[in-house]
Write a protein that binds this ligand. Structure first.
Ligand code: THU
Length: 163
């Protein structure tokens, strides 16, 4: 049987190594965590999307007492971006996740050490916009390291795209 190898190119870097644009997008994703509504998981996620017109659109997770009715930060940001800027390409998305480190701690410590990575459903939702407008660079923030992927495809090999 023939074998197909699927490779994913992931760049790893530190915040200071990012371009100014990417740092601004990561900062926006980190800021958006403050606006999460996550009383159940206490896991506050922020996402920031850079649109082709230079605008940055943010979203955060919004939970619900009926758990599956809540939404992730990435989908909140994607749907907000698409519904408020129809037809505008998404160029990049940054994601960050925060949990309260406790009082007397620097709030910055609450950010996850490892890159915050979108769930499968959000990868699929973002893929829809990538198919419409072209590759969306993905920047996953972690305090210790940041991952940068060239596209949503890279996060979702063998994706379902049409029927
Ligand atoms: N969450 C996100 O917002 N993005 C992800 O990619 C993973 C999970 C949210 C959903 C829920 O509100 C909380 O994090 C715990 O799963």
């Amino acid at each position: 049987m023939k074998q197909i190898e699927i490779k994913t190119l992931v760049k790893e870097c530190k915040y200071d190594e990012l371009s100014e644009t990417d740092r601004r997008l990561v900062d926006a994703a980190k800021d958006a965590t403050v606006r999460a509504y996550a009383p159940y998981s206490k896991y506050q996620v922020g996402a920031a999307i850079l649109l082709d017109n230079g605008k940055i659109v943010e979203g955060s997770n919004q939970e619900n007492a009926a758990y599956p009715s809540g939404t992730c930060a990435e989908r909140t940001a994607a749907f907000f971006a698409a519904s408020s800027n129809p037809g505008m390409a998404f160029k990049k998305i940054a994601v960050a996740a925060w949990m309260d480190p406790g009082k007397d701690k620097n709030p910055e410590e609450g950010f996850q050490d490892n890159p915050a990575s979108p769930c499968g459903g959000c990868r699929q939702a973002l893929m829809e916009y990538e198919n419409l407008y072209g590759d969306i660079e993905v920047i996953l923030y972690g305090k210790d390291k940041i991952f940068v992927l060239p596209s949503v495809k890279a996060l979702l090999p063998l994706a379902f795209t049409d029927f």
